[in-house]
Design a protein around this ligand. Structure first.
Ligand code: SAM
Length: 215
């Protein structure tokens, strides 16, 4: 059922257009992600979860070419190959590791290694595409985040680039799954064991959220 705000004619007129931060906002979103990162160097081990073709870790490698090591995690083998060769051409093959894995299904990831985990547009689109209820979807997000938490060293950080639900995009727990709001994503991060959760960039539905694995 549409949110009741859509029944208000003035609110409708304000929002019945490109009310979401459309794809033209993506370059800014990814640039702000790079700006939000801490300094990265040879002692850092980066894990890119749902790496796709390596766009996000490629931006990190471009900004911080001395970074120690990158682990690419991606279920799609051909995307993973593309990501591996992109990163290897930038950093050298010895600093790049590619792991074919699907998070949220109990995948065995290298535990406690990464100083920095990055996630680019993975949790919300995959959540929305999985089907099932909102309760199931939220439980899946917490499972994925707990796996990322376990892959981080104590003291490590997660930086997550997401396109969230709009504020009026609500629904019952047993209703169809949908993207999370910012408050719901923060709650999922805390349920997975993260602390110091902070939204470091937001433009409408586009956010960068960071969270810390406690020491
Ligand atoms: C929208 S793409 C984003 C790719 C890349 N992070 C970027 O920013 O361009 C989402 C990626 O997540 C991957 N993916 C889907 N389900 C996943 C899961 N359960 N665990 C890890 N990656 C997953 C998909 O194969 C896809 O490559």
């Amino acid at each position: 059922m549409p949110h009741p705000y859509w029944e208000h004619r003035d609110w409708y007129d304000v929002h019945d257009n490109t009310s979401m931060a459309g794809p033209d906002r993506e370059p800014e979103h990814y640039r702000e992600f790079v700006i939000a990162l801490p300094p990265i160097g040879p002692d850092d081990s980066l894990v890119d979860v749902g790496a796709g073709t390596g766009k996000l870790s490629g931006l990190v490698a471009e900004a911080y070419p001395d970074l120690g090591r990158v682990t690419l995690i991606e279920p799609n083998e051909s995307k993973l190959d593309r990501a591996r060769s992109r990163l290897a051409s930038r950093l050298g093959p010895e600093r790049v590791r590619a792991l074919r894995a699907t998070l949220g299904e109990g995948a065995a990831l290298p535990a406690g290694e990464a100083t920095l985990a990055i996630v680019g547009s993975v949790l919300m689109p995959v959540l929305a595409g999985r089907g099932g209820t909102q309760r199931d979807g939220r439980a899946w997000v917490v499972r994925v985040l707990a796996e990322i938490h376990a892959a981080l060293r104590p003291g490590g950080w997660l930086y997550d680039v997401e396109t969230l639900a709009m504020p009026w995009d609500v629904g019952a727990e047993d209703g169809p799954v949908r993207r999370l709001t910012l408050l719901e994503l923060v709650a999922a991060l805390e349920a997975a064991g993260f602390e110091a959760v902070e939204c470091v960039y937001r433009f409408r539905d586009r956010v960068v959220v960071r969270a810390h694995r406690p020491r």
